[in-house]
Design a protein around this ligand. Structure first.
Ligand code: BGC
Length: 692
C-alpha cells in the first residue's frame, strides 16, 4: 500500500476504533509520520494576511492548527469564548462573572451546549473557554471572564461549561495558571508556595480536567520563575502527571511561547496561532539532537488522540443550521435574570410599583448604549442588544412617562430626578476601564487593563449623589465585571443592583428585576470591600508579585476586616427563611460525601430563588486554615409559600489541605464545622463532624 494511503487508513482506523485500540493505532500512526508531518500538528497556521486582518477584525474565522489533507487529519479550529462565540454574529451571553453570580451550574451547562452548537455552526471545533483564573483581586482587568474568587465555586461553574461545550466541540479552559494581572501578563512572575498553588490556584483547573476537558491553555505569565508554557512543574508534574490529563496543552497566543526547547521540555503540545517556535525551529532542534524526537511523538499522540476522540463523536452529525441553534435569545435572557444581584434594598425601594410609578427618570450614558464588556479576544458581536433604557421604557406601564438624561450635565440630573417618582441611575464600567490590555497607551486613550482604584469613575459618583439628593427612590444599577467600592455614595441611596455586563438581553432582565416581574436571586461571587486598601497587595505594572495563601473572603475573614457586601450576598424580594440545617451523616469515613439537609421556606406570595451555601471550618487543624471555605451550594426556585427540604452531598475536597511533606492533598482526622446559610456572613451551624 502506498505510504500516504497507509497513513490515511491508520488515521481513519484511529477515529473509528475504541479506546485501547485507538491508543495503539495512534502510536503506530505517530511513529509512521515524518518529523515534518508531526511538527505540523503542533502549531497554528495563521498566515501573515490573516494576522493583518485580525488587527481590525479579531477572530473573523476560527484559528486553524494542524490540518493534514494528505493523511486526512482535520485541523483544530479555535474560536474564543467565554461570553459567547467570537466568530460571526452570535449570542452574547452575560459575562462569566454574571453567570458565576447565578450559582447555577445546570444553567451554565446549558449555556455551554448552546455555545458549542453556535461554534460548530460557524465552523469551529474548539472554544477558548471557560476562563477559570481565580479572582485574586477585583482589580484584575479580565475579572469578567472568570466566575469569581472561590476555587470551589469557580470549579463547579467551569466544569459545567466544559460538560456543555464538549457535547459539541472541544473545550479549552484557560489560562493555566495564576493569570490574574492584566497589564503585566506577558512577563509577570508570580511567586507562590506549593500549598497555596494546590489549594487556591489549581483546584478549579483540576475540576475541569476531571470533567473531561480536551485542552488546557497555558498562561502568558511566569510561575515561580518559568513561563507557564515552559513550566514543567505545572504541565508535566501536576497536569499531565498527577492529574492524568490526557488532552493537549495549547499556548496562549503570540507571546505565549518564548523558547522552542523550554516549551517542549516543559510540556507544551501546541503553539498558537503560528509556529514561531514549533515550526522550523522545532524540526531543527530535533535534527541537531538538541531535543529528543520522543517528546514530539508524545505531544503528537495527545493531539491525535484528542482529535480522534472528538471526530469519532461528532462525525456524521450535521452542523447545526436551524435559526434556534444559531441564536439563543431565551437562554441569554434567563442567564441575565439569574445573574442580577440585589445588593441593597432599604424601605422597599424596589420593586418599583408599576401602576404608581408614573414618572421614571433614567440617568446615565450606560443606560442607553450597548455595554457588553471587554472588546479584546472575548468580544462577541450579537445581532442586537437591548439596553437598560429600552427595557425600562418597554416595561413601564402605559400611563407612565420615562425621561432620560446621559448624566453629562449635573443640573439636568438634578432637575430630572426631582421631577420623577423614581430614578434609575445606570453607572459603572466599560471596556475602557477594565478588560484585555493590548497596547500601553497614554491614560486618556487607554483601553482595558487593570483597576488599581476600585471606585467608580469620579463623574459617575457625582451623578449618583446628584440624583440621590433630589430623589429618595434612587436606584443604582451597576454595570461591570468585578467589584466596585462605593463608600462615597452607598449610604445615600436606598437600592443597588449589580447588573454586570448582562449580554444582549440584559436591558430586559434589568427592567424585569426593577419592576418585580422577576425576583432577583443572584449572589456575589466575590467580596466587595469598603476600600481597596483592605485587600492583598495588587499592582498592575509589576515584574514580580507574591500570591499569598489568603485572598477574598478568606483574607477579609481572617483579618476581621469589615466588608461592604460579603461573598455570597444577594437579596431577594421574598426574604427566604432557613428553617433547618443539619448534617445527616452520622459516622463519616471521609471517602464519601457528607450529607447536609436543609429546609428552606419562601414565606411570600412571590416566586423566587435562593442559594443555599455550605461552608466548612476546621477549627483544630494542625495547619493554618482560612476561617471558613465554601464547600457546596444549591440554587433553589420556590413557589409562593413553598417549603422544601433538600439534601446536599458535600464532597470533602474543599476540606483537604496540601501536606507539603507528603506532597499530596490530605484529609485530616479532625473536627469539621459545617455552616449553612444564604451568604458567607449569614450562616448557622448545621453540625460538627469528626473524621476518626
Ligand atoms: C488571550 C486568550 C485568547 C487568545 C486567543 C489571548 O490574547 O489571552 O484568552 O484565547 O488571545 O484569542
Amino acid at each position: 500500500m502506498p505510504r500516504e494511503e497507509y497513513l490515511r487508513t491508520l488515521w481513519q482506523k484511529a477515529v473509528d476504533s475504541r479506546a485501547e485500540e485507538r491508543e495503539r493505532v495512534i502510536s503506530v500512526l505517530t511513529t509512521s509520520m515524518s518529523l515534518e508531518e508531526k511538527v505540523h500538528q503542533m502549531h497554528g497556521t495563521m498566515s501573515v494576511g490573516e494576522m493583518f486582518v485580525s488587527v481590525f477584525r479579531y477572530n473573523l474565522r476560527p484559528f486553524r492548527a494542524g490540518e493534514d489533507p494528505v493523511i486526512g487529519i482535520p485541523p483544530l479550529l479555535f474560536t474564543d469564548g467565554p461570553r459567547g462565540i467570537a466568530v460571526g454574529r452570535s449570542t452574547c451571553f452575560p459575562v462569566s462573572m454574571a453567570r458565576g453570580a447565578s450559582f447555577d451550574p445546570d444553567l451554565e451547562e446549558r449555556i455551554g451546549r448552546a455555545m458549542g452548537r453556535e461554534a460548530r455552526a460557524r465552523g469551529a471545533n474548539m472554544v477558548g473557554a471557560p476562563c477559570v483564573n481565580l479572582l485574586r483581586h477585583p482589580g484584575w482587568g479580565r475579572a469578567q471572564e472568570t466566575y469569581g474568587e472561590d476555587p470551589y465555586h469557580v470549579g463547579e461553574m467551569g466544569a459545567a461549561l466544559v460538560r456543555g461545550l464538549q457535547e459539541e466541540v472541544m473545550a479549552c479552559p484557560k489560562h493555566f495558571a495564576c493569570n490574574s494581572i492584566e497589564e503585566s501578563r506577558f512577563h509577570v512572575n508570580v511567586v507562590v508556595d506549593e500549598r497555596t498553588l494546590r489549594e487556591v490556584y489549581l483546584p478549579h483547573f483540576r475540576h475541569c480536567v476531571d470533567h473531561g476537558a480536551h485542552c488546557i491553555m497555558s498562561a502568558y505569565n511566569r510561575v515561580n520563575g518559568d513561563y507557564c508554557a515552559h513550566n514543567r512543574h505545572l504541565l508535566r508534574d501536576i497536569l499531565k502527571g498527577e492529574w492524568g490529563f490526557q488532552g493537549i496543552v495549547m499556548s496562549d497566543f503570540v507571546l505565549g511561547t518564548r523558547d522552542t526547547e523550554k516549551a517542549l521540555l516543559g510540556g507544551l503540545d501546541v503553539e498558537m496561532p503560528q509556529g514561531f517556535h514549533y515550526g522550523h525551529r522545532l524540526i531543527r532542534a530535533v535534527r541537531r539532537g538538541r531535543l529528543p524526537e520522543r517528546l514530539v511523538d508524545e505531544a503528537v499522540r495527545r493531539i491525535l488522540w484528542v482529535k480522534a476522540e472528538y471526530f469519532s463523536k461528532v462525525a456524521g452529525r450535521p452542523a447545526p443550521v436551524k435559526p434556534s441553534e444559531l441564536l439563543h435569545r431565551e437562554l441569554a435572557l434567563e442567564s441575565a435574570r439569574k445573574g442580577m444581584v440585589l445588593l441593597k434594598n432599604e424601605g422597599g425601594a424596589l420593586p418599583l410599583p408599576r401602576g404608581e410609578t408614573r414618572r421614571i427618570a433614567v440617568v446615565g450614558k450606560l443606560a442607553a448604549v450597548p455595554n457588553l464588556g471587554d472588546m479584546g479576544s472575548s468580544r462577541v458581536r450579537p445581532p442586537y442588544t437591548v439596553t437598560p433604557l429600552e427595557g425600562i421604557t418597554a416595561m413601564a406601564s402605559s400611563g407612565s412617562e420615562v425621561a432620560y438624561c446621559d448624566g453629562s450635565d449635573l443640573g439636568e440630573v438634578r432637575r430630572l430626578s426631582a421631577w420623577a417618582d423614581a430614578c434609575v441611575v445606570v453607572v459603572g464600567l466599560t471596556h475602557r476601564q477594565e478588560g484585555e490590555y493590548m497596547l500601553p497607551l497614554p491614560e486618556t486613550l487607554k483601553v482595558g487593563g487593570d483597576r488599581e482604584d476600585l471606585d467608580l469613575p469620579a463623574p459617575w459618583e457625582e451623578v449618583v449623589l446628584a440624583a440621590a439628593q433630589n430623589n429618595r427612590r434612587t436606584v443604582v444599577a451597576l454595570m461591570g465585571g468585578s467589584a466596585v467600592t462605593m463608600e462615597r455614595w452607598i449610604n445615600e441611596v436606598p437600592a443597588v443592583i449589580m447588573a454586570w455586563y448582562p449580554g444582549m438581553e440584559g436591558g430586559w432582565a434589568l427592567a424585569e428585576v426593577l419592576f418585580g416581574t422577576v425576583n432577583p436571586g443572584g449572589k456575589l461571587p466575590f467580596s466587595i470591600p469598603r476600600s481597596s486598601a483592605a485587600l492583598p497587595f495588587f499592582r498592575s505594572r509589576i515584574r514580580e508579585i507574591a500570591y499569598g495563601y489568603l485572598h477574598g473572603y478568606r483574607w477579609l475573614d481572617a483579618r476581621g476586616l469589615p466588608t461592604r457586601f460579603p461573598f455570597g450576598h444577594g437579596l431577594t424580594y421574598a426574604d427566604f427563611e432557613l428553617r433547618k440545617a443539619q448534617v445527616k451523616t452520622e459516622r463519616w469515613d471521609g471517602a464519601s460525601p457528607l450529607e447536609v439537609e436543609v429546609e428552606v421556606e419562601n414565606p411570600h406570595n412571590l416566586p423566587g430563588d435562593e442559594v443555599v451555601q455550605v461552608y466548612v471550618s476546621v477549627p483544630r487543624s494542625r495547619v493554618m486554615r482560612p476561617p471558613k471555605v465554601l464547600a457546596g451550594f444549591r440554587r433553589l426556585s420556590l413557589h409562593p409559600r413553598e417549603r422544601v427540604t433538600v439534601s446536599l452531598d458535600i464532597d470533602p475536597s474543599p476540606f483537604t489541605y496540601f501536606d507539603e511533606e507528603r506532597g499530596e492533598m490530605t484529609l485530616e482526622r479532625t473536627e469539621y464545622r459545617i455552616l449553612v446559610g444564604f451568604s458567607s456572613k449569614n450562616l448557622r451551624e448545621a453540625g460538627i463532624i469528626n473524621l476518626y
